[in-house]
Design a protein around this ligand. Structure first.
Ligand SMILES: O=c1ccn([C@H]2C[C@H](O)[C@@H](COP(=O)(O)OP(=O)(O)OP(=O)(O)O)O2)c(=O)[nH]1
Length: 143
């Protein structure tokens, strides 16, 4: 069991908890947000966290986020660094609206999980990798 210190920036959102049906942990909009089609806004998620040592967090949309709210997450996956743990390091959801939309405070708009950092990596420059080519993108065909 890992411990995560969490600070809330709003009393209007429910506390973070694992939703019984999903493995990832849902996050909520911490304010009412209206977006016009084509507009971008950083939506505050109302939390800051001290992640366990050696971990980062990955934020992605919920599968239903686009259907419910008409927004996509502009960075596709948000990475929260372990060092992003100051008292003002609130988490945000970068949202791009494809239609006029309203997101209400406390709506569950995205989800996160923690991941261990990748191992330390050293790059070794070579002339040849010496392996068989797999083939380019799509080279295995459609069916
Ligand atoms: O969807 C996201 C992605 C990132 N962050 C926070 C946590 C992360 O640690 C910090 C910086 O993110 P990142 O390093 O991906 O952004 P950058 O564009 O490289 O900015 P910076 O110069 O702050 O590193 O912003 C969020 O709140 N939401």
């Amino acid at each position: 069991m890992e411990n995560i210190k969490i600070k809330y920036f709003s009393d209007e959102i429910d506390k973070v908890e694992k939703i019984v049906k999903g493995d990832w942990i849902d996050l909520r909009a911490a304010s009412n947000v209206a977006l016009k089609a084509g507009e971008f806004k950083l939506i505050p998620l109302g939390v800051a966290m001290q992640l366990p040592k050696g971990y980062e967090a990955h934020i992605v949309p919920r599968s239903s986020t686009y259907k419910n709210f008409g927004v996509i997450q502009t960075n596709s996956t948000g990475i929260v660094d372990e060092t992003y743990c100051g008292d003002n390091d609130q988490w945000y959801f970068p949202a791009y609206a494809l239609r006029d939309t309203v997101i209400d405070v406390n709506d569950r708009i995205c989800q996160f999980r923690i991941m261990e950092h990748q191992p330390e990596i050293e790059f070794e420059i070579v002339e040849m990798l010496g392996n068989k080519d797999r083939g380019g993108i799509g080279s295995t065909g459609k069916n």
